[in-house]
Design a protein around this ligand. Structure first.
Ligand SMILES: [Zn+2]
Length: 100
């Protein structure tokens, strides 16, 4: 009986460990995919930068906050409308793409 409990415990620990390891590897894969997605080759011929793009939020957070403070609804609309990020070259500032 005790042996059986011990085996059950081992199996449970093994399952949890595999779940943990699997989750970790999935996270690493996602991080890698994100890194590749952010990697750019600058189309500016005078620059030719290759590497991570500079990610900036579209619109201004300050403007959105001020709108929220004074007129709640336009502030929320502003935040929804401006959503998304802009990717640009960190060397020359050339805008690569924007996504939502
Ligand atoms: Zn560039």
């Amino acid at each position: 009986m005790q042996m059986q409990e011990f085996i059950t415990l081992i199996v449970l620990v093994a399952i949890f460990y595999f779940m943990y390891a699997y989750n970790k590897s999935q996270k690493a894969k996602r991080a890698e995919a994100e890194r590749i997605r952010k990697t750019i080759i600058c189309p500016n011929v005078n620059c030719g930068y290759t590497g991570a793009a500079k990610k900036t939020a579209r619109g201004s957070t300050a403007v959105g906050l001020i709108l929220c403070l004074f007129f709640l609804l336009p502030g929320i609309i502003y935040f929804v409308m401006r959503g998304g990020y802009r990717y640009s070259c960190p060397r020359c500032g050339y805008q690569i793409r924007a996504d939502n």
